[in-house]
Design a protein around this ligand. Structure first.
Ligand SMILES: *[C@@H]1O[C@H](CO)[C@@H](O)[C@H](O)[C@H]1NC(C)=O
Ligand SMILES: [Fe+2]
Length: 287
């Protein structure tokens, strides 16, 4: 259920409501929203073998085959979020499936030239019998405003490169376009929402809860659907901050499979700069 802004969607909540609108904060243009309304018809989860869950952009590396000499341990499900209160830092997160590897991000302001590096932390968790990959979170701070940064994760043949743009200096007249997305899930409607958002030119997503809807699944499929959702949003979330808050679908209180720690998957996978923002709760960034 989406509770932000006092909106209630209980009537069509079972249809995996997702909505999106764009807020364009520009001189003389504040408050203009997109007219996009997603289909109200029920849509189903995209099967796991669909290419939307594959690693986007030029992923040609062979799947890992036992006994192969080469270790394929690419960073998957890469996403970034704002890393401080001011917009001069990001937290970069990713998953390496087979071994921890380095929790290092190399970055700089020109492509293929990474002058700086930052070290992060790695965590992992289980959910029922599912074992997560190694989940990395790396704070990259001391950035300049309004600057494009290129970053690289991993080494050698399995490294991957991305970029992001920092926001302009804080000012009432700074133009900035952000999207608000909630209840996204991983259905065919989710895909049309995500594609629409990406075409709209939004620069940062405020995510108002209910991310993957992995809690519709049971047993090991919960973790598997968190992994697929991470790969699903990477096409946007690796290139611009998605600022997180949790919804009821992140609770995943499932005593029947021995999982009683609320927000376990969410807290391991998504970080927020909650301390920098003065929040006392890692579930959300506050301002
Ligand atoms: C995390 O990974 C380590 C190293 O592979 C492993 O020994 C440990 O059991 C894992 N922890 C959990 C909670 O899965
Ligand atoms: Fe919801």
């Amino acid at each position: 259920m989406l509770m932000a802004f006092g909106l209630r969607f209980t009537w069509f909540e079972p249809l995996l409501t997702l909505f999106l609108f764009l807020a364009v904060v520009k001189k003389g243009n504040a408050g203009i929203t997109s007219s996009f309304v997603r289909s109200q018809w029920q849509s189903f989860d995209i099967p796991l073998d669909n290419k939307v869950f594959a690693i986007p952009n030029g992923y040609n590396a062979p799947q890992q085959v036992k006994g192969m000499v080469m270790m394929i341990n690419e960073a998957l499900s890469v996403h970034i979020t704002q890393g401080d209160y001011d917009g001069k830092a990001v937290i970069i997160s990713w998953v390496t499936p087979d071994e921890p590897g380095l929790s290092k991000v190399q970055y700089g302001t020109s492509e293929n030239k990474y002058e700086f590096s930052a070290d992060g932390t790695v965590t992992n968790y289980t959910f029922y019998n599912y074992k997560s990959g190694y989940i990395h979170h790396c704070l990259v701070d001391g950035l300049e405003y309004d600057t494009k940064y290129y970053y690289k994760i991993g080494v050698g043949g399995s490294s991957r490169e991305f970029w992001f743009q920092t926001p302009p200096k804080i000012d009432p007249d700074s133009p900035f376009t952000f999207g608000i997305i909630g209840d996204l899930g991983q259905t065919y409607n989710s895909l049309s929402t995500l594609e629409h958002y990406m075409q709209s030119g939004g620069q940062t997503v405020l995510f108002v809860g209910d991310l993957s809807y992995a809690d519709r699944y049971q047993y090991n499929d919960v973790g598997i659907r968190w992994d697929s959702w991470g790969r699903f949003i990477e096409r946007s979330a690796a290139y611009q901050p998605w600022i997180w808050s949790a919804g009821n679908h992140e609770i995943e209180y499932m005593p029947d499979v021995g999982e009683v720690l609320p927000f376990k998957s969410y807290l391991h996978r998504f970080s927020t700069p909650y301390l920098a923002s003065g929040s006392n709760n890692p579930l959300w960034y506050s301002s």
